[in-house]
Design a protein around this ligand. Structure first.
Ligand code: HEC
Length: 146
């Protein structure tokens, strides 16, 4: 019985390797990109790219283990969920009110250490922000919109 369950489990694991969600990759910089609608200093842009863009833009840098299922589904859920809340590639399409609110949330999530997601910084050590990096993004987010 135990062996049968193991075999079924392995078969399922094998079969799901053939199913992958559509990748979140776009080479196009949209007209609605945050860098097109507000000034983003180079250092802030760099931090956002390393620590936030994998889940909050139209361009995810996929790690090798994203090729393994069910990891790929799990990552995909974070990406879709993250983009639904905030998409820097699509920031220009937000109403003024929404854009301001999202930037307030950026400040809040950084101050409370809620972002980047803990599970993400476990693997992406470079996304673990220093105090200086955090305040650079916070100061920018507070003044990005006039
Ligand atoms: C691994 C994916 C991931 C990374 C990396 C990430 N986020 Fe998020 N973010 C999410 C998800 C998922 C949500 C949706 C809310 C939740 O599940 O907690 C979210 C929500 C948010 C929200 C909205 C909160 C709300 O209440 O609507 C803000 C603002 C945010 N993230 C900012 C950032 C910033 C700034 C960074 C980089 C410093 C970052 N995130 C990095 C996945 C991520």
């Amino acid at each position: 019985m135990k062996r049968k369950i193991t075999i079924i489990f392995l078969l399922v694991l094998l079969v799901i390797q053939f199913f992958h969600p559509k990748k979140n990759v776009s080479s196009e910089i949209m007209a609605t990109d945050i860098t097109k609608v507000t000034n983003v200093p180079q250092d802030v842009q760099q931090i956002l790219q390393v620590a936030c863009y994998d889940c909050h833009s139209n361009n995810t840098r996929y790690p090798w283990y994203s090729k393994i299922q069910p990891v790929s589904w799990w990552l995909n859920r974070h990406i879709n969920n993250g983009k639904r809340h905030l998409n820097f590639s699509d920031f220009g399409s937000y109403t003024d009110k929404k854009a301001r609110h999202k930037l307030e949330e950026v400040v809040e999530t950084l101050e409370k250490d809620e972002m980047p997601l803990f599970s993400y910084t476990l693997v992406h050590r470079d996304a673990k922000l220093t105090a200086a990096q955090k305040s650079a993004v916070i100061n920018w987010a507070k003044t990005a919109l006039p």
